[in-house]
Write a protein that binds this ligand. Structure first.
Ligand SMILES: Cc1cc2nc3c(=O)[nH]c(=O)nc-3n(C[C@H](O)[C@H](O)[C@H](O)COP(=O)(O)O)c2cc1C
Length: 187
């Protein structure tokens, strides 16, 4: 039996991409917030997109600097992720108050987080406004990962234990991978 999920709750069925912390900044001001709806858009050219609600400080700084950094985080940071998502950078200085360390990025003005496992530096190439949100598209200028979490092809997710937001502060954590054998489609 299947149960109906209301349209405005249906996103919870596919919500659990890695929950990243997006850092923004224009050289003077800087901020950090979890933006779950962040994903790759293309690999060549390397493009990322992030969906930002109208009116949050992250949006203001993104518009000001046209740059953002995607910080990949693991399980130990989950409480800080939630704290960043339940507060506004216009009201509190999140880095100090929540205990995150901004570090100078290589190619963009927003900092990356020392506590992250990896980070991706992006510069805006397009904005797509929709009702209540804007899709910001950025080109990847630089990316780095802590060596111990990279096997040369992908994130070592069992070790990285990335967090995947389900709903209401509940996260799934990556614990294992499976290698699927090549499918044989011949009869
Ligand atoms: C787990 C989690 C995921 C979130 N994902 C998004 C998102 O994808 N897009 C968005 O605009 N806000 C998202 N938010 C909400 C923002 O993080 C929240 O509005 C935050 O307070 C904004 O901070 P700022 O005003 O300092 O930018 C999320 C919050 C949490 C806790």
């Amino acid at each position: 039996m299947r149960v109906e999920v209301k349209p405005d709750e249906s996103y919870h069925l596919i919500n659990h991409g890695p929950c990243n912390l997006i850092t923004t900044g224009d050289g003077t001001r800087q901020n950090v917030a979890p933006i779950n709806w962040t994903m790759p858009l293309n690999n060549d050219p390397p493009l990322m997109l992030t969906v930002i609600e109208e009116g949050i400080y992250t949006e203001e700084l993104l518009n000001a600097s046209e740059e953002f950094v995607i910080n990949v985080v693991g399980e130990p940071l989950a409480p800080k992720v939630l704290a960043c998502g339940r507060s506004h950078g216009k009201e509190i200085e999140k880095f100090k108050k929540i205990g995150l360390t901004p570090m100078p990025s290589k190619m963009v003005r927003p900092p990356f987080l020392r506590e992250s496992l990896a980070h991706i530096e992006c510069r805006l190439t397009a904005r797509h406004p929709h009702e209540g949100v804007t899709i910001f598209v950025g080109r990847v200028l630089h990316a780095e990962v802590e060596q111990e979490y990279w096997n040369g092809k992908s994130l070592v997710v069992e070790k990285a234990r990335t967090i995947h937001h389900l709903a209401g502060g509940v996260f799934a954590v990556t614990e294992r991978t499976i290698q699927v054998p090549k499918p044989s489609l011949e009869h």
